[in-house]
Design a protein around this ligand. Structure first.
Ligand code: IVH
Length: 662
């Protein structure tokens, strides 16, 4: 029997690896997401029954590394240098003249690639297994980000072909979609937005907790194959093909260019087409294809002589700020928005740009009447980069003291960047909260568009989101541009939203700092809306990633009588208040909460967590009165003191094993 199971596990891993390759690397899935999940669940179940058969390269083992205290420095096998830039076509021609003359008349070709805007990383493989991921650092010494790198799905944990010990270098990027999703989430949590996908990719790779990297959906595109610090093959073009064969995602937009003109054509081709890519590029890289020729050309102190980065100029334009207005958001936040004299930036007319908040206006030093530089990159919202010239009759923007929509009081709390309208009945806030509730990814109510929401709120048909469930087709047909058929559809969609699971309902309530992810964690930890509503600050913080700020916000929300009333009405409307937990929890630690601290003699933190969860227990990040046990290893710090002061039982690894029943 065990042999059968071993074979089944091997088979599933092979299948999963193949489908991950098809999906993440080749972008050519052969099966549905559901079928894929089926494979993974089956493998997880078998590995759970047979933990002795789990291997580090199993597709189930991408996330599992423990949070770290800091990053270890690792020297590079050979310097990871940067590239010289060519800012004009003339500079590109000049580069080519130099290559030609240094090669003394030999024929040569270039490989043209896109210059992805992310950060570079080296990935080392030993006997076909990923053993280390290292950031570029200062080019000579980087940081060990192995656990974080493992969470990147396009980075293989195991090569498709055994290849001796190799190092693969490439670019870690965040796709535009993932970037926007992340910023929406961060705003909901009151965190500052990331400025661009590159910063956010860098920030996501260099976090101490790998589960955060995993949630950020980074991609890795390979562009270099090395052994002992030197290229493995004699042609760069062949290396890219080889990389693809052994399991890496290599950017498909590459071209072998026998002449400079081919290179220029490639550069021009992508100048416009780059807007259509799902990620950002800031230029094109040209590399001499032949590695012997690369060696002959050599390096300067900073960069290779055999390669160049031909950069695109960012899509910017100058225009004047005609006015600065404010928009009122769902939580009452007043966002200053610049009204601009319309200007074409990269083919699109721009007439508005967000200024985010008062601090940003101060940082830019912008006033009404100034001429500013606006920039558009991809489909990211246009932004004001800097003031080009101050206007003659410029005047400063002042945050209104009263809400421009309802006239309510506007306050800016100490320590917050945002000014808010504090009137919870403000129609602008109400409209935004209904939009938020209905949006995709939350309650998913198709057809409840902006114009409809405006009318529903203005006619007082909807005074909170629970009213949506009381609407009748007759109410809707009264409204502008509403035929009976579409009214019927909207009604059906509203009705269907009653079945959305608890995390959606929770996210839909619009509690400040509770976005989709936090909502999912809260639902998973507490199991029902009533448990969450009843939890005190301390209990809330036993949930992963929930700190004092989020806990306070959740607690304050459910103590507010208006919100309690809303919750009761939603309950009566039959929304989902119970959560179907992912894991069935039963075993010797059922209902127990444990905290881990310090280094245990034999168990890594992830392993200990897994064992505890399999025994029905829960592992949280901080010690509170509700903690049943603190499992302390060597160099336990403040958590140990806190446990002792609260009288929480402290045990060691042996004690834990005893609890686990063996
Ligand atoms: S080759 C010595 N190829 O651009 C050559 N780099 O300024 C090393 N980059 O640090 C780099 N796309 O982060 C190469 N297709 C590509 C690239 C690329 C983006 C980045 C990389 C590097 C920087 C060089």
């Amino acid at each position: 029997m065990p042999d059968d199971i071993r074979r089944e596990i091997e088979r599933l891993r092979g299948e999963i690896q193949r489908h991950e390759y098809l999906y993440y690397v080749l972008d050519r899935p052969e099966i549905s997401d559901q079928d894929f999940d089926q494979f993974v669940r089956r493998l997880q179940a078998l590995e759970k029954e047979h933990p002795e058969l789990v291997t580090p390269d199993s597709p189930t083992q991408r996330v599992g590394g423990k949070p770290r205290e800091g990053f270890i420095k690792v020297p590079h096998s050979s310097p990871m240098l940067s590239l010289d830039n060519a800012l004009t076509e003339e500079e590109l021609r000049e580069f080519d003249r130099r290559v030609r003359s240094l090669l003394g008349g030999e024929p040569y070709a270039y490989v043209a690639e896109l210059k992805l805007d992310g950060l570079s990383m080296a990935a080392r493989y030993e006997s076909g297994l990923l053993v280390r991921g290292i950031t570029r650092g200062d080019g000579l010494v980087g940081e060990d980000v192995t656990e974080n790198g493992r969470t990147i799905r396009s980075l293989p944990l195991r090569l498709r072909q055994e290849h001796g010990d190799i190092e693969v270098r490439g670019e870690v990027v965040m796709h535009r979609k993932a970037f926007e999703r992340l910023n929406v989430e961060r705003e909901a949590q009151g965190l500052p937005r990331y400025a661009n996908p590159r910063n956010s990719a860098a920030g996501s790779l260099r976090v101490l907790d790998p589960s955060i990297t995993a949630s950020r959906q980074l991609s890795f595109y390979a562009y270099g194959l090395f052994r002992d610090g030197a290229p493995l093959l004699e042609s760069h073009w062949d290396s890219l093909d080889r990389l693809e064969k052994i399991g890496f995602k290599v950017n498909p937009y590459r071209k072998l260019c026998p002449a400079l003109e081919d290179l220029l054509a490639f550069f021009r081709e992508w100048e416009d087409k780059r807007e259509t890519l799902p990620y950002e590029i800031d230029g094109v890289v040209a590399k001499v294809d032949s590695i012997p020729q690369q060696r002959a050309l050599g390096w300067t102190a900073k960069a290779p002589r055999w390669a160049i980065a031909a950069k695109y100029t960012p899509r910017q334009a100058e225009t004047t700020v005609e006015d600065i207005g404010v928009q009122v958001g769902r939580t009452g936040t007043l966002t200053p928005v610049a009204r601009l004299a319309p200007v074409v930036v990269g083919g699109v007319t721009v007439s508005r740009a967000t200024l985010h908040n008062e601090d940003e206006i101060e940082r830019l030093g912008v006033q009404i009447g100034d001429t500013v530089v606006v920039e558009r990159s991809g489909d990211v919202i246009p932004k004001v980069v800097r003031v080009a010239r101050q206007g003659e009759r410029r005047r400063p923007f002042g945050m209104p003291k009263q809400c421009p929509v309802c006239g309510g009081e506007v306050v800016r709390e100490a320590g917050e960047v945002a000014s808010r309208c504090i009137n919870t009945n403000c129609p602008a806030r109400l409209k935004e909260s209904v939009r938020h509730f209905a949006q995709r990814g939350v309650m998913d109510i198709d057809g409840l568009g902006d114009a409809l929401v405006d009318q529903l709120v203005e006619r007082k048909l909807v005074t909170n989101v629970a009213d949506l469930y009381r609407l009748k087709v007759e109410d809707l047909i009264e409204l502008e541009r509403m035929a009976e058929k579409s009214a019927g559809k909207v009604m059906a969609n509203i009705g269907a939203s009653r079945t959305r699971p608890l995390p959606r309902v929770l996210a839909g309530l619009g509690i400040p700092f509770v976005g989709e992810r936090t909502a999912a964690i809260l639902a998973e930890t507490f199991g029902s809306l009533d448990e969450i509503a009843a939890a005190d600050m301390e209990t809330l913080q036993t949930a992963e990633e929930v700190g004092p700020k989020v806990a306070h916000s959740v607690n304050a929300f459910f103590r507010e009588p208006r919100n309690q009333e809303l919750v009761e009405r939603l309950r009566k409307e039959g929304l989902q208040f119970q959560h179907q937990r992912k894991r069935k929890k039963s075993g010797p630690l059922e209902g127990r909460t444990l905290v881990l601290t310090g280094t245990l003699p034999t168990l890594a933190r992830a392993e200990a967590t897994k064992l505890i969860e399999e025994a029905g227990g829960k592992v949280t990040g901080s010690v509170s009165k509700k903690t049943d046990y603190l499992v302390a290893g060597e160099e336990a710090g403040s958590k140990l003191e806190k446990a002792q002061s609260l009288g929480v039982k402290v045990i060691d690894e042996a004690g834990l094993r005893k609890l686990l029943g063996g």
